[in-house]
Design a protein around this ligand. Sequence first.
Ligand code: GLU
Length: 359
Amino acid sequence: MLITINGVKRMYKNYVFFGLSCSNITIRFLLVLSLGVLSFTSAATQIDGDKMQQVVNEAYAKFKDVKEGANANYIPILDTVPSDLFGVVIVTKEGKVYSAGDVGYRFSIQSVSKPFTAALIMAQQGPEAVREKIGVEPTGMVFNSKVAVELYEARSVNPMVNAGAIAAVSLVKADNEKQRWELINNNIQGFAGEKLPVLEEVYKSEYETAWGNRGIANNLYNYGRLYADPEEALRVYTRQCSIGVNTLNLGVMGATLANGGVNPLTEKRMLPAAHVPELLAIMATAGFYDESGEWMFNAGLPSKTGVGGGVVSVVPGKFAIAAFSPRLNEAGNSVRAMRAIRHISGELGVGLYGPNPEL
Ligand code: GLU
């Protein structure tokens, strides 16, 4: 297994390092002790492929009959997506894939696109641009909150909610709308490692009903917190949300972050490694909207959800878990996808703050 090989490589490097200074009995004793600890740590962090496939299968089987929640319907076309679809995938930082269910079905990316456009700004202008011109605090409010825009001085507050994501689209440095769209689209395709279509029917359905987001865009502009023409920002943002992805694509996008910003399939660097932790921090605090605290409490993984039913979670330095199912809970998060990822995180013990088995 590649992960196993990597684990051994890490142990080997440490051995050479300690071996260089191994000149007397005390140091030899320390060496043996250190290697013991390293082997233990290494064994604890290695997960073999069979185990990954097993937990993916388990998560799929355990939650496939859950019928709780409902498709999003404020974007009319999302209500027509077959509700029983369900896919679960792990993609490792080496690009190995473990999947179950409908992982090839194409759905609209919606808000799962948001961290990747934030990544584009970080790559283009540095993370400070995100902090200063958008913000990095969680709102604690619903994803499309207008109250948050009024309440917080940062206005757009953070790039994982609608206001911050529309601001992010407007902040991308571009000469015109066409170039803005191409930069954003190419960036998302770069994270996925393949060409992705725009689901034109989704775009039409959302743009025709985007009165709330239009209000947010105009209000941000009024406060000097939108950096392009509001209607242009709204169009490009809505197009970004209408990109068609499958669960596997989301897995690769997450695996690119798990791999320090390099797409494991194309080997293309999408984000400087130094900015990956900042992006993951925003995902951890705001990726599940006003349920982010609950999510980190349970699953402990930086993640992003979307009203299309997709969720991606990142185990930094190791792999991504992605899942898709259209029925959402009250907060707008996919019920089955959440449960599947939470189950896998617990079974593999990969929560950021320590092993986190389900009770
Ligand atoms: N396009 C959706 C909106 O603006 C995205 C929301 C989401 O996925 O959370 O409402």
